[in-house]
Design a binder for this molecule. Structure first.
Ligand code: 5GP
Ligand code: MN
Length: 342
């Protein structure tokens, strides 16, 4: 059972009683939950009569472009003055799927400056105080599930449209790795079940997200596992690295490496997987763990990042080889925790 803060629900209910101009924002490099929860809320708010916009800091992978309402998402990086005007004119801003201000990149200034009432909906640990009304629940699978639970508490489930349900289900599905992790609370399955009641096509949703990649991506995955995965059995860890040139060789498109970081964890007794990718001006890291090895602490302490216990990310200004050496050094330091994680 997830018990949402009653006074927050009351406040939100009051705010939504008359027509408002609303902006929904989410984090940089949006994932399935960021876009799914934002669009899910968007369709709901439009259906109850509000004027609603979604602004993302940058673009997101093609496997999310099929979502209903996708064409209405405004990307700040190529619509700066339009975004600024919308934010300035908004009565309410919903901040979804992040809880640290640096996660919204260049939108930060506009968010901070805005006099709109801000409502944060998120499920990451260690929230910063960023909003007037905060729904922060780390025991909820996804922001999309939390959006559903809030709508439920508002007594407005009947106002959820099929489009909204499709987007919310997508958010839950992607953030739980198809109901494989972060979903031991029965609430997640109850929510999914209620969303299916809206007549959504869950086979089509799954196929649209997971079976829609290019052949290049499949080959890049094979190459990553065959040529670029280094396993450290003594630390129950695997590292995969990809250089800029390798990505170019496989015609890399944003989203192509999505899910690669999870792959090594299907090796028996692995507890930690690190995926390192060379970007134009920095190195980006993704971390996944099993059991009680805290991927987010690792990311926060050493790579200027954050995330959940078992799924986190970060970045560094070290080059690729230096990053690998640094991780190897850290693996020695964390050897005990890694070996006692299960
Ligand atoms: P991914 O590995 O898929 O990029 O990210 C996994 C999780 O870590 C996500 O829940 C995301 O919120 C978090 N995360 C990824 N990169 C960063 C980062 O640079 N900073 C913070 N605070 N969290 C991150
Ligand atoms: Mn999420």
């Amino acid at each position: 059972m997830i018990n949402l803060d009653r006074s927050n629900i009351k406040k939100l209910n009051k705010l939504l009683t008359d027509k408002k101009k609303i902006t929904i924002i989410t984090h940089v490099n949006p994932d399935g939950d960021a876009i799914g929860s934002s669009l899910g809320l968007y369709h709901f708010l439009i259906n109850i009569g509000h004027e609603v916009y979604i602004i993302t800091p940058n673009d997101y992978p093609e496997f999310l472009h099929w979502l209903p309402g996708n064409n209405n998402v405004i990307k700040f990086f190529n619509k700066k003055s339009k975004s600024e005007k919308i934010i300035n004119d908004s009565d309410l801003i919903f901040a979804l799927d992040f809880n640290h201000i640096d996660r919204i990149d260049k939108l930060e200034t506009y968010y901070q400056k805005s006099e709109a009432i801000k409502i944060l909906i998120d499920h990451h640990p260690d929230p910063q105080q960023l909003a007037d009304i905060t729904f922060s629940y780390t025991n909820v699978s996804s922001t999309a599930e939390l959006v559903f639970l809030i709508i439920q508490e508002l007594g407005a489930v009947s106002k959820i449209t099929k489009e909204s349900a499709t987007c919310l289900y997508t958010g839950i599905m992607t953030d739980t790795g198809c109901f494989n992790y972060n979903c031991s609370n029965p609430s997640t399955f109850k929510t999914a079940s209620e969303l299916i009641e809206f007549g959504i096509d869950i086979n089509n949703i799954s196929t649209s997200v997971y079976d829609n990649y290019s052949m290049d991506r499949m080959k890049l995955m094979g190459y990553s596992l065959n040529e670029k995965m280094k396993v450290y059995p003594e630390y129950r860890t695997a590292i995969i690295t990809l250089t800029k040139d390798e990505l170019t060789k496989f015609n890399f498109k944003p989203g192509d490496t999505e899910g690669f970081v999870n792959l090594p964890l299907s090796i028996k007794e692995m507890v930690f997987s690190v995926f390192i990718i060379e970007k134009k001006d920095h190195v980006k890291l993704s971390f996944r763990s099993i059991g009680n090895f805290a991927a987010n602490k690792f990311a926060v302490n050493h790579f200027n990042g954050g995330g959940h216990l078992n799924a986190a990310g970060g970045q560094t200004s070290l080059n690729l080889n230096e990053t690998i050496s640094e991780i190897e050094k850290l693996l020695r330091k964390y050897s005990k925790q890694l070996n006692n994680a299960l």
